[in-house]
Structures are given as C-alpha cells and as structure tokens.
Ligand binder design. Structure first.
Ligand code: ADP
Ligand code: MG
Length: 441
C-alpha cells in the first residue's frame, strides 16, 4: 500500500495537528518510505534529493517514539541528531520544535560558535532531542558534560556532506559513545559515493534502505540557464541586470571564495542592491542575522560560499545564481537544490566564463541534460562561444581531435606524472571524497 496521507502513518494526534498547521498535507516520497520502518524501530539508510523533506522523515518517527515511550523522570537526551553545519542544526531543531509544538518535548542544539554558558543550560535542563554539530558535541562528551548513555536513536543528517567535510572519525567516535542506542538512521542526498555506503555499513545494523528518487521530476522544477560572460566585470553587470528583474524575488548568489563575497557585496551595493552574506569565518550571531535578513525579506539577495550555505533551507528562493561556477557537478546540484524546493518552481542561472566551459560540459553530462544558454541584448558577450558541443556530448570532430591529441601525447614521455606516481607508492591514503567527486565525472 502506498501511503498518501500522514494519518495513515499512525502518528500521534499532536504531531498530525502540527503537520496540518505547517501546511504539510501529504507525506513526500521519502517520508512515506522511511517513516513506517523507522516507527518499527528499524535502522534506516535513506536517500533522496535535496529539498524533498528528509528532515521530517527522521523527526516524525523520532518524536513519535518519544511519545510512545514517555520517560518516567527527567534525564539526558534520548534522540541525538548530527548535522554538518550549525545552520542546519538550528534549522533541524526549529523544525523539530514546530512538529513538537503540541507536545511537552524539549529540543536543544549544541553547536560551535555558542558560549559554553549557553550550553550549560542545555545540560542542566531536561532535554529530549539534541541536534548537534560533531566538534562541539565531542568536546562536551570528553569533558563529561554530555551524557550519551540515554541516547536511544542516533540520526545522521546529510551524511554525505559530513563525510565530505571530514567528520567521519568524529561520527564514529560519537557512534561508539552512544553504543547503547536502539536505532540509527542515516540520511544522505545520494548514496552514490562508496564512502557513504561503506560508512553506513559500519554504523547501521541491518538497515532498511529507503530511496526516493524523483530525481528527474525534482530537477524539472528547476529551470537552468547559463549566460556567457567575458570577464568578471561582465559577470557583475549580468548579475546586476538579472537581480533587477521583477521575477527575481529572493536569491542566493554563490561564489567560490570568501574574499569574493565581500567584493561582490560591495559591487552590488554600488548598484543599489542590498545583500546579506554568509562566509565560513563569520561568528554565529552574524550568520544568524544574515539568514534572518533574507528569510524575513529585509534583503532579497544572499551572497554565500558553498561551505557557508550547506544544507540551508530558506523558503521561496526564486533564483540561485552561480556567479562563480562550482568546481564539481555535485556542488552544482547542491547549490541549485536551494531553489525549487518541495514542489515549487525555481530557476538556476550560471554565469560562465571561457574557462568554465569544460565544467559546464561535466555538469551537463552529470545531470544528463545540456544546459541552454541565454543572452541579454545589451549585455552580449564579445568573445566567441566555445563549441556548443562542449557543453553536452562532444561532436565527432571533437572526439577525433581528442583522439589525435591523446595519440600525440602518448608518444611524448610523461616524466612528471611518473615521478609523482612513484612518489606516492607506499603512501596509502584513504581516498578523500574530493577525489571521489573528481573521478565520478
Ligand atoms: P531535505 O532535507 O530533503 O533537503 P527538507 O526537510 O529541508 O528537505 O524539506 C524541504 C522543504 O520542504 C522544507 O521547506 C519543508 O518545510 C518542506 N516540506 C517537507 N515535508 C513536506 C511535506 N510533507 N509537505 C510540504 N512541504 C514539506
Ligand atoms: Mg536536509
């Protein structure tokens, strides 16, 4: 039987009421697939594209469990959710609070960037659910400020991102510290990376694998275009023009480096466009403020680096701009996933310089559809477009040329590369996820 309503999921009235208030009328695919086995207490290995409702997919069964088995006296947290970033931790906690609003359950966060004093409160009070980032939580575990023994369910949200960010060891330590738990759930946007599946095998116990892959359908809701640009000045002019279009109501502009965030905000301000911004080095209070400014509509544009923007969920993002193209197709997908969430339409626009065209081709192959170009009359690029074919499938001519090139390269000795190869022998390194994404293309 396919689940089409939340009430079919046998959730508590208090949760159903909160869902209704949130305007969630029917479960998303991943929710319908993950909630029943999770309610049975099974371990869950879940994957579904960004923006398809994974948060409620793990929060609802976790909250239901707390309601089914109420604790007799106050004590340390019973549900522990780990997220890759502080922002995400706060968003997950917010959603948990909204879902649990008709219950007595308490939800807290433990993240970096918050003074210990503020967490002291968390420790002394009775908490049911704690949403945490790994670094600070581990510190508190080591200092014996955080008691893991009561944790019944451990949830890893955005596991792929956490591994990308190098938190594998941290998570394993926390998993060992919470060894009395009865259930573990791991959610990830994809299970394509072996790093994630291998990791899942170590952490999960006979998991039910649930996958909701409306990939194509989801992606279709995001219109994707690119504009060719001559240089950074041209890109800025294009961006300013596009940001001033009436349909561009709320956008995130992605750049690669922190310096660029500030530079670009300055240029936009000169053009009369106020922005807020997010970059990795900001103190927490400023980050929160940046989020709020956008989500409350005080500004319509957020300029951000990838790290800073990981996992954020701001409603009604009409446009995502790639001011700088991301280095990998995976990051591209992640960026554009900020728009077109939960069935809404979104638009992703990329500004592409000559040197980005190879990347564009990679992305097109990865998402399995060529990206189309657009131009703005008064802002046409002056440089010629590289072969359109580069952006999708290479033409016969290109393939032949490549072959020729390869052949000519093969006759040349490749001293440098061999040298590097020999140097690395015996240096067995765990493949990093960065290597993985490069190879995946
Ligand atoms: P993911 O973690 O898969 O990226 P989220 O859990 O952040 O996705 O959900 C994306 C958006 O969809 C959020 O704004 C959330 O409030 C909304 N959402 C989640 N579940 C539902 C639902 N059943 N009905 C309507 N909207 C939903
Ligand atoms: Mg999520």
């Amino acid at each position: 039987m396919t689940v089409t309503t939340f009430s079919e999921l046998e959730l508590d009235e208090s949760l159903l009421g909160a869902l209704q208030e949130k305007g969630f009328t029917r479960p998303t695919a991943i929710q319908a697939a993950a909630i029943p086995p999770a309610l049975e207490g099974r371990d869950v290995l879940g994957s579904a594209p960004t923006g398809t409702g994974k948060t409620a997919a793990f929060l609802l069964p976790a909250l239901q469990h707390l309601l089914d088995f109420p604790r007799k006296k106050s004590g340390p947290p019973r549900i522990l959710v780990l997220t890759p970033t502080r922002e995400l931790a706060m968003q997950v906690a917010d959603q948990a609070r909204e879902l649990a609003k008709n219950t007595h359950l308490d939800i807290a966060t433990i993240t970096g960037g918050v003074a210990f004093m503020n967490h002291a409160e968390v420790f002394s009070e009775n908490q049911d659910v704690v949403v945490a980032t790994t670094g600070r939580l581990l510190q508190y575990i080591k200092e014996e400020n955080f008691d893991c023994r009561a944790v019944e369910t451990l949830i890893l949200d955005e596991a792929d991102r956490m591994l990308d960010m190098g938190f594998a060891q941290d998570i394993e330590t926390i998993a060992a510290e919470t060894r009395w738990r009865k259930q573990t759930m791991l959610f990830s946007a994809t299970l394509e990376s072996e790093a994630v599946t291998e990791f899942a095998k170590r952490i999960l116990n006979e998991p039910v694998e649930v996958e909701a892959d409306p990939a194509r359908r989801e992606r279709k809701k995001i219109l994707q275009w690119y504009y060719r640009a001559d240089d950074i000045k041209h890109k800025t002019a294009l961006l300013i023009h596009l940001l001033k279009q009436p349909e561009v109501t709320r956008s995130i502009v992605f750049v690669r480096k922190r310096d660029r965030v500030h530079e670009l905000c300055g240029w936009l301000r000169e053009a009369g466009i106020n922005t807020s911004y997010l970059e990795g080095e900001m103190v927490q209070a400023k980050r929160n403020e940046a989020f709020k400014r956008l989500s409350e509509g005080r500004v319509n544009v957020l300029v951000a680096t990838d790290i800073a923007a990981r996992g954020i969920d701001i409603d009604n993002i009409s446009h995502v701009f790639n001011f700088d193209m991301p280095r990998t197709a995976d990051t591209y997908l992640h960026r554009i996933g900020r728009t077109g969430r939960a069935g809404k339409k979104g638009t992703a626009l990329s500004l592409v310089e000559a040197h980005d065209h190879l990347l564009l081709g990679k992305i097109a192959r990865y998402i399995d559809e060529p990206l189309k170009s657009r131009t703005i009359d008064e802002l046409r690029p002056t440089t010629r477009a590289p072969s359109e074919k580069l952006n999708g499938k290479p033409s016969k001519k290109v393939l032949e040329k490549r072959k020729e090139k390869k052949a000519s390269e093969e006759t040349k000795p490749r001293v440098k590369q061999r040298h590097r190869d020999t140097k690395n022998i015996g240096k067995r390194r765990k493949p990093s996820s960065a290597v993985k994404t490069d190879n995946a293309e």
